[in-house]
Write a protein that binds this ligand. Structure first.
Ligand SMILES: [Zn+2]
Length: 789
């Protein structure tokens, strides 16, 4: 057998294909996690290359001939010194035995030693620990086939502090579903082969100091329950997740050198010039560490040395991941479940992101005047895509430092070039030059932001004692609040239901309504220039409609942001006595201004594409069929400007007539005389009742048809609001009354009115059985940020 010495030594029997694991010490705690070195390349299956599980605390225990891999329950604890109190907690909640082995060989224990044991771990390593079968279950019945699975000995290694084992696993199905996502990415959808990896890792040495969680500080929470907490004290113990960072000289005050810097590595698989952009963007974080009292170079990023394995548990990794379709990038901290200490930062960056940014820039600039591609050194699209890549590398790396999103950052007053936080989702800051041409030269800010420095100061500054730490941490957050820096994260920024007037995704500007008005001007200017020049010479002309998507829908996120002012509430994560403002309903004038700006996005003027452009679009040629990124069409192969308008309208109507917003409109109107739900509904209906401005004399005109379509979508949105049993009773009542109103004032000569009256009657006759019309899905077209934690 081949012997691999290390943390848990391995013995490989090549003849039988069996892998033996040596356990030098029983009952010793260690960390354990799994990962996916070879993924499915499918955004829909959600199994990306490099995906990592959470870290678990485990130990090997022996019962007679059995060796059990035990995962104790780390969430429920007792900090009491009394052993009986600790046992009471341990006996009250279950633990998990993850695996069982039989002893294959053992060292006779010497005096006082537990004796090393050797177990056959082949089956343990050939199981589907990452849960691939479950992820594939909707694609047909996939089962792991042991015959087509094997230990990947090339990637199996033991190091002094960690043992890494990889397996080649094949999931088979007799009857894969036709058209399944597996079929999109696998040569033969009967057999999907990938690799799973398992790591055992020595516990970090003592010396890490947890830091308390504060909802104002911008960190992910690490939480456990301490049943020894006195009555009246919190049961839930809240800490932040963070890396270990300790000063060499404990008395050092500024530019302190750490015992060990935080080192990240960028995947060699990322091509240039992206690889360099990833290193540059992630390195911005060193600025924040310097601002928190650390020496330059405390946070380091380099390209992963040749031959190093990115799945090695010891490395913080920024991975470059390819997928069949566009999807999320994410950053994930793997933390010690005892303390919240981050032991591995793991960033996954989707490679299609940059291509989408490039497409957005092409749509905005229509740059191919001569039909020729631009040389890299003078290509503004490439420059924008790389600027975004730096920003995204910093963003996802920020998550792996323990930081949550700050979606309010972009509303803090700042110059376009200044960075408030890389932890927001940035929308490109587009301006118009003197000739009315979109300018992308400062589309994305550079460097780490002022908020990011606050957050790193909170999580990583080292203090001389506990008392100093408590007051200093409060002061850091107090100073930030006095500066006007607001931290608001995910749940408050949701487009549906979210109420915060500053916390939005992919927005810009201190006033969301003003910025929407500005964006609509840029959209109009770019649309006026849009045409053949948006695609390079000899590209199929029909692909122009794909380039149009991000421009036609350019306003979608800023429209969401402005809509959130309507029925909005401004607030902070306030602690009693911290001096921050009380929650305040957005004022009536601000709400009405936002409503006017949002309604413009629903007008026929905005949504009708000019005939000069429509006549350029041919139907799609064979081989260039529509994808999920295309605008919808109800006209078959030909471009459908009316369905495109409906799709754009649905995006806004879904947010405007969200049930939670509607309920707040009722409440805030009663409390603060803000616009009522009835006023908002009436404004949306009025918009499309008047004749469109540019109607031709000879025929109906496309604008009239677009207007009719948007009007019908508005009525459908009201039907959804009236029909949803989860809505507040007042919301349903008001929506119901408005529908009745529409019915009574309908025009008997209008076919559309007759149809809508019929829809309303259907609903009124049987509200329980009524099925709301499916909204016309907008393509994922725009997502400019595309990421999650
Ligand atoms: Zn994120």
């Amino acid at each position: 057998m081949r012997h691999m010495p290390g943390f848990l030594p391995l013995h490989w029997d090549a003849k039988s294909g069996r892998l033996y694991l040596e356990i030098p010490r029983l009952d010793a705690d260690m960390l354990y996690f799994d990962s996916l070195p070879y993924g499915t390349g499918s955004n829909d299956l959600g199994l990306d290359r490099g995906q990592v599980s959470a870290a678990k605390l485990v130990r090997f225990e022996r019962v007679g001939p059995k060796i059990l891999l035990v995962r104790p329950n780390e969430f429920f604890r007792s900090s009491a010194p009394d052993a009986a109190e600790q046992l009471a907690v341990r006996q009250s909640f279950p633990e998990s035995i993850l695996a069982s082995f039989t002893v294959a060989a053992e060292n006779p224990a010497g005096a006082g030693e537990s004796g090393a044991v050797l177990v056959d771990a082949t089956d343990f390593y050939l199981r589907d620990v990452h849960g691939v079968s479950e992820a594939l279950s909707k694609q047909g019945p996939y089962k792991l086939d042991a015959a087509r699975s094997a230990i990947a000995i090339d990637a199996t290694k033991a190091f002094p502090k960690n043992t890494e084992v990889e397996a080649i696993l094949t999931f088979v199905s007799e009857a894969p579903l036709r058209g399944s996502f597996v079929g999109e990415v696998t040569p033969d959808s009967h057999a999907l082969t990938l690799r799973e990896h398992q790591s055992f890792l020595e516990l970090p040495e003592p010396g890490f100091t947890p830091r308390r969680y504060d909802p104002r500080a911008g960190y992910f929470q690490f939480e456990y329950r301490d049943y020894a907490a006195p009555l009246g004290a919190p049961l839930d113990q809240r800490l932040i997740v963070r890396h270990r960072l300790i000063k060499q000289d404990p008395h050092c005050a500024q530019a302190c050198v750490p015992i060990e810097p935080i080192q990240y590595y960028v995947d060699r698989g990322a091509p240039e010039p992206i690889r360099t952009a990833l290193v540059e963007g992630a390195r911005w974080w060193d600025q924040a560490f310097q601002a928190a009292g650390w020496a330059p170079g405390t946070f380091r990023v380099d390209v992963l040395p040749e031959g190093a394995d990115p799945m090695d548990a010891r490395y913080n990794i920024i991975q470059w991941v390819h997928r069949f379709t566009r999807g999320w990038s994410y950053g994930h901290p793997v933390a010690d479940p005892r303390s919240g200490e981050i032991i591995k930062g793991n960033v996954t960056l989707g490679s299609l992101r940059g291509r989408q940014d490039y497409l957005i820039a092409e749509a905005l600039l229509s740059p191919y005047v001569t039909g020729k591609k631009l040389p890299p050194e003078s290509d503004p699209m490439l420059a924008m895509a790389l600027a975004r890549t730096r920003q995204l590398a910093a963003h996802e790396t920020g998550h792996t430092l323990g930081l949550a999103h700050n979606f309010a950052a972009s509303a803090f007053p700042h110059l376009p070039s200044e960075s408030v936080s890389v932890m927001d989702y940035p929308h490109p800051q587009v301006t118009l030059d003197r000739n009315g041409v979109p300018d992308l030269s400062s589309a994305y800010a550079v460097n780490i932001g002022v908020w990011d420095k606050v957050a790193i100061n909170y999580g990583y500054r080292q203090f001389s004692d506990e008392f100093q730490e408590r007051t200093a941490l409060d002061a850091i957050l107090g100073d930030a609040a006095r500066l006007g820096l607001v931290y608001i994260t995910d749940e408050d920024a949701r487009p549906q239901g979210g109420a915060h007037p500053f916390a939005h995704l992919w927005d810009n500007g201190t006033d969301a309504a003003d910025e929407l008005t500005r964006i609509m001007k840029i959209r109009a200017a770019a649309l006026a220039r849009f045409g053949e020049n948006a695609i390079p010479g000899a590209a199929p002309l029909a692909t122009l409609e794909d380039t149009l998507v991000p421009l036609y829908l350019m306003h979608r996120y800023q429209a969401e942001a402005a809509t959130k002012l309507i029925g909005g509430l401004d607030y902070r994560y306030q602690l009693r006595g911290d001096g921050q403002m009380n929650a305040a309903i957005v004022s009536p004038p601000e709400q009405r201004k936002a409503l006017q700006a949002v309604l413009k996005t629903l007008s026929a003027d905005t949504l009708t594409l000019p005939e000069s452009l429509l006549k350029v679009f041919p139907p799609r040629p064979p081989g260039f069929e529509r994808t999920r990124e295309s605008l919808p069409a109800e006209t078959g192969l030909t471009f459908d400007p009316i369905a495109a308008a409906e799709s754009a309208a649905d995006m806004v109507l879904g947010v405007l007539f969200d049930r939670e917003r509607a309920a707040r409109l009722v409440e805030y109107n009663a409390r603060a005389n803000t616009p009522s739900l009835g006023e908002v509904i009436e404004a949306a209906l009025q918009l499309n009742r008047a004749a469109p401005q540019a109607a031709p004399a000879t025929h109906r005109g496309l604008a009239a048809e677009v207007q009719a379509a948007v009007y019908a979508r508005t009525v459908e949105a009201l039907l959804t609001l009236a029909a949803d049993p989860k809505d507040s009773v007042q919301v349903r009542a008001i929506a119901y009354a408005k529908l009745d109103d529409i019915k009574r004032h309908s025009d008997a000569n209008s076919p559309l009115d007759a149809y809508l009256v019929q829809r309303i009657k259907q609903f009124q006759n049987d509200p329980v059985k009524f099925v709301a019309a499916k909204s016309i899905e907008a393509p994922p077209g725009m997502p400019i940020g595309d990421d999650e934690d």
